[in-house]
Design a protein around this ligand. Structure first.
Ligand SMILES: [Zn+2]
Length: 299
């Protein structure tokens, strides 16, 4: 975990995250008390993506059924999927690269709005960290990363291997159409159920097996703060137990269930209403009112 004393933007993180914590705490409390009602559900089978809608104030649960299965997610704002989506940079800038209960997932610039918040995570983090070290986690982001056929061809020499890259494109096409899928050809993916640790210097990942650590019945839940289009991919690494070849990876289905409160959608985080401009529009407009610092003189 980050050393808080050395985290020079800790105060900035608190300021950005704080307004969103009330809706998180409320949703978590209702979920734990069994006061969410099921709206819809489907089973995500291995080797293909699915797209689905998630409404403002709804909760999505990703639940393991028969074995640990890595999933990759991409969240787009329904009213403008070409322009605004959950962004791995803003999310990891205002939280760590690993996500936990209470982590808010922020959209890209210029909006930087909370789009979803993780409200529950049943994975035994203590056990995971005893096995894999204090930096171990299972929900994380990596440089807009999702596995690609190019990765598997580079590693295994296999051509057109199933990959989150393909599955997410399929999912985005299904829910938002081809134009949007081509716009997000390498989407900013958020992972769950993948045991990792950012424990290498320079900072890099180590991957660990989820077998015996993340179990059937384990789930994560996220509250949506906006009407969203969601793309989900079951990663072909599956349980990450045997990664010696594509053919040796074992995958499992995952239950995706959507809930609301007993009286409808839950309370959501406030829109911060940021006013900075889209970058291209700003440049074309001649950088109106641009705020800068000062240029130093030779010392
Ligand atoms: Zn993958």
């Amino acid at each position: 975990m980050a050393d808080e004393e050395n985290d020079i933007i800790l105060y900035a993180k608190k300021k950005v995250n704080e307004p969103n914590n009330k809706s998180y705490e409320n949703a978590k409390k209702l979920s734990e008390a069994g006061k969410l009602k099921l709206v819809s559900e489907f089973i995500l089978e291995p080797y293909g993506g699915r797209g689905f809608e998630l409404k403002k104030g709804q909760v999505v649960r990703y639940e393991l059924i028969s074995g640990p299965q890595i999933i990759d997610l991409f969240y787009m704002v329904k009213s403008r999927p070409m322009e605004e989506w959950a962004d791995t940079f803003h999310t990891s800038a205002f939280g760590p690269h690993t996500q936990w209960e209470g982590s808010h997932y922020y959209s890209n610039s210029p909006w930087c709005r909370p789009l979803v918040t993780m409200i529950r995570d049943t994975v035994d983090a203590k056990k995971m960290q005893e096995l894999y070290g204090p930096a171990a986690a299972h929900s994380y982001v990596l440089h807009n990363g999702a596995c690609s056929p190019a990765v598997w061809e580079s590693v295994f020499g296999t051509v057109n291997s199933n990959a989150c890259h393909y599955n997410l494109a399929q999912a985005i096409m299904e829910i938002a159409g081809e134009e949007v899928a081509r716009r997000h050809i390498h989407p900013a993916a958020f992972m769950h159920f993948q045991c990792i640790a950012f424990d290498k210097t320079p900072t890099a990942l180590t991957y660990f097996s989820a077998k015996g650590v993340i179990n059937p019945g384990d789930f994560v839940e996220l509250l949506a703060h906006e009407d969203l289009l969601v793309a989900i991919s079951p990663c072909p690494l599956g349980d990450q137990e045997d990664m010696s070849s594509m053919e040796n990876c074992t995958c499992y289905p995952v239950r995706v269930a959507i809930f609301e409160g007993e009286d409808g959608p839950l309370e959501t985080a406030p829109d911060p209403g940021r006013k900075s401009m889209n970058a291209v529009d700003f440049i074309k407009a001649g950088r109106p009112g641009m705020v800068v610092g000062k240029i130093g003189s030779k010392e």
